[in-house]
Design a protein around this ligand. Structure first.
Ligand code: SAM
Length: 289
């Protein structure tokens, strides 16, 4: 980070929390956001895109739309993880200031700044823009594939689940769901749960005083980066295995982890005696299977 204006970040954070719509006032706002909030969002994209690659998925080649682009971290990450897949990048935001900044960060692809999204694209990206939309949310344009990355909160996860249920006839669900059936978290007994995973924070962040100050200002714990995401595709996709939800609860001799597959969502009990390797892994990461 360099020359952060902490007052600007404080004002932006208040804007996000109070649901303000016009928080981008000048170039310094977007610059300061890009070095902090956007970087942290980028780590969530790193996690989601790595997971997609791990599942053997790659985006359809062609036109990409980063809708509600802000400083464009979502499209930057997609271009970084899947180089050469985008023919044209549409940046769309209600703020021309944000679009202009986002466009300046991109290299090697044709960039269009649009206040109105094109009618149809190959890949639609939405990042941390869902909470600013009315419900029920409809996709802003037609797309062959869609990736949405959002905060791992109860409310946002439930919105994503509702969207998944509305769109799963039209699209195949690529991730995080390992199946195409109805979401198991909609069952009455799972009402208290939400679909979220944890993205890793880069190690160097923990050595950096500016990040510590940012964490305090933003009221976040740098060690914990919850993310809810959804990837849909009209093409036929391979379906994954089991997906862990949230963190495992680890006790002395056993761990409990919420898992999802096409038969539903249920708690899996992993004992130290029967499954020492998996138990050790859960104890160490408390994250995933
Ligand atoms: C919290 S910021 C997130 C920015 C960026 N996607 C990211 O992940 O860092 C939300 C962005 O969505 C834009 N936005 C929200 N609703 C929009 C809409 N209906 N049309 C276009 N842009 C919108 C805002 O102007 C803002 O730049």
């Amino acid at each position: 980070m360099h020359s952060i204006d902490w007052k600007i970040l404080e004002r932006l954070r208040t804007g996000f929390l109070t649901g303000a719509q016009d928080y981008w006032r000048n170039e310094s706002d977007v610059e300061n956001y890009d070095q902090t909030f956007a970087q942290r969002i980028g780590w969530k994209w790193d996690y989601a895109l790595r997971e997609l690659k791990r599942r053997g998925w790659s985006p359809p080649a062609g036109d990409v739309l980063d809708w509600g682009c802000g400083t464009g971290i979502a499209s930057r990450k997609v271009l970084e993880h899947f180089p050469g897949s985008a023919r044209r990048l549409y940046l769309c935001d209600r703020s021309p200031l944000a679009m202009k900044f986002a466009a300046r960060q991109v290299r090697g692809v044709d960039v269009w700044q649009e206040s109105v999204p094109p009618r149809s694209v190959d890949l639609l990206l939405i990042s941390h823009a869902l909470t600013e939309q009315a419900e029920p949310f409809s996709l802003p344009c037609e797309a062959q594939a869609v990736i949405i990355v959002e905060p791992g909160t109860y409310d946002v996860s439930r919105r994503l689940i509702a969207l998944r249920e509305r769109l799963r006839g039209e699209f195949q669900v690529v991730a995080p769901c390992p199946h195409q059936a109805a979401c198991g978290l909609r069952a009455a007994e799972n009402e208290r749960h939400w679909c979220h995973q944890f993205a890793p924070t880069p190690a160097e962040v923990f050595m950096d005083g500016d990040w510590a100050r940012f964490a305090k200002l933003a009221g976040i714990d740098l060690r914990s980066l919850p993310v809810s995401y959804l990837t849909l595709d009209r093409r036929v996709v391979a379906t994954g295995a089991t997906q862990a939800i949230g963190r495992a609860r680890v006790y002395k001799a056993h761990a409990l982890v919420l898992t999802c597959d096409e038969t539903g969502v249920r708690e899996l009990r992993v004992t130290k005696r029967e499954n020492p390797d998996l138990f050790r892994r859960l104890k160490k990461t408390r994250l995933t299977l």
